[in-house]
Design a binder for this molecule. Structure first.
Ligand code: UN1
Length: 513
């Protein structure tokens, strides 16, 4: 891609260098110090965004809490109509937004478009859901009484998102929160602030066109100190946070101290179990896309291949051969499979992981390394690496957000593989490659994978929006996106109505006056 392409995308998204951080046109009143956003693709400065000060934050919260009063009383299907319009805007702007995601975050343009597609899909899902916020009715034990439950809007939902999915994770949260009648305050990653600004522009325009207060969608910018304003704030009943387990533990504890709710979607350490009769071709595609897609920076990225000893060499050779085909380079060039890591700190962590695995006794079989020279000036491009390792190695137990894949062997039956696969602290995504019904069902059974996502003959990454997304253990336990994940964005109320002239007490208690 050329700088011109990006300028064109920025223009279409309404991002002007001069208005970053002012309150005009959209609800982000930030006036603090500037964060500069550099593209990991070519190291160029894309733009600067002002951070949110304590005073800015108060203005945002005033605007959000006021907007909630209007939004919560609008019928849910009408809120759905607004989200439908938002989805249409995303359809119209899919290419420039996908380009910005690719350029600011570094994932391939295809994946940038895919991310915007996830936003569109969740909008469609939310529109349908806006007529299906169902509660149950139940039979009262008392005569002439009726019981039912209903779901009401919760209030201000705080969203903290990570750099790796700089727009989709926000949409998973907002599209649902909005139809549920909530208003959202979003702190995007300080590594991808312009994606945040672009989305805020789109949302602000849709709300404005509908004569609705812009406080329904708010943006705050900065690092963890800005996030902390929300986690400590009782006016934010739910904080949805996506990122590292380290961050999630702090957010979870801080919000729990005030008994607020959290939705945590944290680290993964995802494995594919490759069984004796796995389809090798499918295994290779799933494993390689899972390990090197988004340069290994998905929470669902494949980190471990647990391969049966009888097919170990065959699978290893096929994966190593596939790595030789990988083209690394500018993510906006559609010929490339692998783009850069987000920044040079991430490169350092990648290098440390490769050193560590060797120190612990592992064997590197596809050499890594940092690329330099023409096209790699940003210093963020690394070679996807593969190491043979053991599950108990400390580095293998740790989520390294980079394209480092660990291979390990199992013998005996699938339960031995499951022990390795479950033998990590994280519990997000998992997969088995098998054509054996018994193995597949054992993997999916009560005694099988302990992850929030368990796939058969599919890799670990690339989940559809229709299912609930999230995982167990150090992954944080939250579920966002599809299925009934919407429930966390609402408060639940049980209602009992007496339509008689008597007042019988429950449990048969007598209380006569
Ligand atoms: C993330 O990495 O935080 O399942 C989200 C996937 C994507 C979402 C990943 N749909 O890989």
């Amino acid at each position: 891609a050329t700088a011109f392409d990006i300028q064109d995308a920025l223009d279409q998204l309404g991002i002007k260098q001069t208005n970053l951080g002012t309150s005009t046109g959209s609800n982000w009143f930030s006036s603090g110090e500037e964060i500069a956003s550099h593209s990991p693709a070519d190291g160029e400065l894309i733009g600067k965004v002002k951070t949110t000060t304590k005073e800015d934050y108060e203005k945002v919260m005033t605007s959000a809490t006021e907007a909630f009063k209007t939004w919560r009383v609008m019928p849910a299907p009408q809120r759905g109509e607004v989200v439908r319009q938002f989805g249409d805007e995303l359809r119209r702007l899919k290419e420039p937004l996908g380009k910005l995601v690719s350029y600011e975050m570094g994932k391939s343009y295809q994946e940038g478009l895919g991310e915007v597609q996830e936003m569109i899909d969740i909008c469609d899902f939310a529109v349908g859901l806006s007529r299906q916020l169902h509660g149950l009715t139940m039979h009262s034990e008392r005569p002439g009484h009726r019981m039912y439950e209903q779901y009401h809007p919760l209030g201000v939902v705080g969203i903290i998102s990570a750099f790796n999915f700089p727009v989709a994770v926000w949409a998973w949260n907002t599209a649902l929160a909005w139809i549920c009648g909530d208003v959202c305050v979003w702190k995007p990653s300080e590594k991808t602030p312009l994606c945040g600004v672009a989305c805020q522009h789109i949302a602000a325009r849709v709300f404005k066109n509908n004569g609705l207060p812009e406080g329904i969608s708010c943006l705050i910018n900065g690092d963890y100190r800005v996030g902390e304003m929300m986690t400590k704030d009782r006016r934010v009943p739910l904080v949805s946070a996506t990122g590292s387990t380290r961050m999630g533990k702090i957010v979870g504890k801080t919000v729990a101290e005030r008994l607020g709710k959290t939705l945590l979607e944290l680290g993964g350490n995802n494995a594919i179990i490759v069984t004796p009769d796995a389809d090798i071709k499918m295994t290779v595609i799933g494993a390689v896309f899972g390990a090197v897609g988004t340069a290994g920076q998905r929470c669902t990225s494949t980190r471990r291949l647990i391969i049966h000893e009888s097919v170990y060499d065959k699978v290893k050779d096929a994966v190593v051969a596939a790595y030789k085909q990988l083209r690394i380079g500018n993510p906006l060039d559609q010929n490339n499979h692998v783009g850069p890591l987000i920044d040079t700190d991430a490169v350092k962590m990648y290098q440390e992981a490769l050193d560590r695995v060797v120190q612990e006794g592992g064997k590197v079989i596809v050499e890594g390394g940092v690329l330099s020279g023409e096209g790699f000036e940003s210093g963020c491009y690394v070679k996807p690496a593969i190491a043979e390792a053991e599950n108990h190695f400390e580095i293998v137990q740790h989520e390294t957000f980079a394209p480092v894949l660990y291979l390990m062997k199992y013998s005996g039956d699938v339960h031995n593989a499951l022990e390795l696969q479950n033998g990590v602290n994280q519990g997000l995504s998992s997969a088995i490659m098998t054509n054996n019904l018994r193995e597949a069902e054992a993997f999916l059974s009560h005694a099988g994978s302990d992850c929030g996502i368990a796939n058969v003959n599919i890799g670990t990454s690339g989940a559809e929006i229709g299912g609930a997304f999230g995982g167990e253990k150090d992954t944080g336990g939250g579920r966002e996106s599809g299925s009934d994940a919407w429930k966390i964005y609402m408060r639940r109320q049980t209602n009992t109505i007496n339509y008689t002239t008597e007042l019988p007490l429950a449990q048969g208690i007598k209380f006569d006056l």
